[in-house]
Design a protein around this ligand. Structure first.
Ligand SMILES: *[C@@H]1O[C@H](CO)[C@@H](O)[C@H](O)[C@H]1NC(C)=O
Ligand SMILES: *[C@@H]1O[C@H](CO)[C@@H](O)[C@H](O)[C@H]1NC(C)=O
Length: 146
């Protein structure tokens, strides 16, 4: 299992790329199709053991479909629904949304991670591609327990 630190070892350049993918502000890329766009929503604060919902919306601008695996990781060990991994087929014009309901009594640093995988039997007829350039995308967020 990857720790948050291991996962975040990729260069600041990757992080920048992720951020610009997220914000769509990279002018140089305006004409190119984005492999993965992520919108991650989680409350910034909660009380101890209050149920919190994290919501991840994933879309692609590629014409080809991809198999994605989505999960959350955190700086603290978590159990239950927080650890669910969702696998799905991501195609243009068909965004996917995944939810995690969980509770914690300690503040968390969270990364929502999308991996593009080669899993069989997810996309119809296995008609899916994997990009050569990058197959992991993530967004960071914090939940503060007040
Ligand atoms: C937080 O929750 C865990 C298990 O859910 C429990 O073992 C621990 O005592 C709790 N800590 C506090 C400060 O409430
Ligand atoms: C989350 O909190 C850490 C400190 O624990 C901070 O360094 C980081 O910038 C925060 N990240 C976000 C996305 O707010």
């Amino acid at each position: 299992m990857y720790s948050l630190q291991l996962l975040l070892r990729p260069s600041p350049a990757l992080l920048l790329l992720v951020l610009s993918l997220q914000l769509g502000t990279n002018k140089a890329q305006d004409n190119s199709r984005k492999v993965v766009l992520m919108n991650f929503q989680m409350p910034q604060t909660a009380s101890a053991n209050e149920e919190v919902t994290a919501k991840l919306r994933v879309e692609t601008q590629l014409r080809e479909c991809m198999v994605i695996e989505c999960r959350l990781i955190s700086n603290l060990p978590m159990e239950g629904p927080f650890t669910y991994r969702y696998t799905g087929c991501l195609c243009e014009n068909f965004p996917r949304t995944f939810y995690w309901d969980f509770q914690t009594n300690r503040s968390l640093n969270v990364a929502a991670v999308v991996d593009i995988t080669r899993q069989q039997g997810i996309c119809p007829n296995n008609e899916a591609v994997t990009p050569i350039t990058a197959n992991r995308f993530y967004v960071l967020a914090n939940l503060t327990i007040i």
